[in-house]
Design a protein around this ligand. Sequence first.
Ligand SMILES: *Cc1c(COP(=O)(O)O)cnc(C)c1O
Length: 387
Amino acid sequence: MSKNFETTAIRDQLTRTENMEHSVPLYLTSGFVFEDAEEMRASFAEEKQRDLYSRYSNPNTNEFVSKICKLEGAEDGFAFATGMAAVYSTFAALLDAGDHIVSCRSVFGATHGLFTKYFPKWNIETSYFKIDAVTEVEKLIQPNTKFIYAESPTNPGVDVLDLELLSRIAKKHNILLIIDNCFATPYLQNPIKFGADLVIHSATKLIDGQGRVLGGVTVGKKELIREIYLFSRLTGPAMSPFNAWVLSKSLETLAVRADRQCENALKLAEFLEGHPKVNLVKYPFLKSHPQYEIAKKQMRAGGTIVAFEVKGGTDAGRKFFDSIKMCSLSANLGDSRTIVTHPTSTTHAKLGTGDKLAVGITDGMVRCSVGLEHIDDIIADIDQALM
Ligand SMILES: *Cc1c(COP(=O)(O)O)cnc(C)c1O
């Protein structure tokens, strides 16, 4: 019987050792030993599935990957040191020189950097579609297109893409659909259910949830994960056992944290919507959000990120950040502490003005990652900074 999300996140753990521990131990070991020559040979020949060396696999990373696979409805997966290691290794394992990518224009800054700075070295070009023009995607597909890539909700604009529609287009053209599901987490949205072939997470964000460790994971179809695994065995981007141990325990509380953080985020978004110093508020579960209906269809709640625009441009933006008393000025997100970020001068500073405006990043835009403090205190801090 398949269990509910919360139960799987807590109870899907490694088998107890003879010590009968209740909490899974940390396996700080780089290698594993063999009973005899035959077992050693068979293990390296992969006739026998077992841990050999922690660059390939480790009990703690296995447990973390197994949980994410079950929570995302995926066949298999591999865990990485960071979210970007997951993004890069997934691309590098699957792409050949001369391939083409169709991507949403609004993607994480570092991912955009791979597309523009490094992939052209291997003659891999990327074409972009706008968030409000998913119907244009088909026109961008070429004979050498390998996959469609997108994030939903997007960073920092919290726009929402119709995953089912993207998957229909990908299937029609016999290409893959790869979704960076970081902003939603496996709790709020499962892209595989809507037809995605691979799902990528930066576990650094809401999966850890307390701003402690870095991590990444790619899950999806077995044969694709096999390619990603073989590439990663050689290139070495594996997640450390310690981080896997932390993240696996973080998953036990993901549902309760996400529930409260989404509730806080919706309350903050509703408060800001009527605020005289605010131009625009974007939150997937606000009725005014352009893709509200799609968000409702594919997400359990609206997520923990609220984007809004302070009236008065750059100067008003700076004054807002300088007036914040409690919330953290930081570039991270998904933390139990509420964080306010100025995308135009930080995470997305490398984008040109045209690119920024194309993805909705204005000078006065604030990205707020809503935390677990009492909502009244969060609202009070943001309200006084807007005055
Ligand atoms: C943070 C982030 C990444 C990169 O993750 P790291 O763990 O920082 O390497 C990738 N995609 C999205 C959407 C992110 O927010």
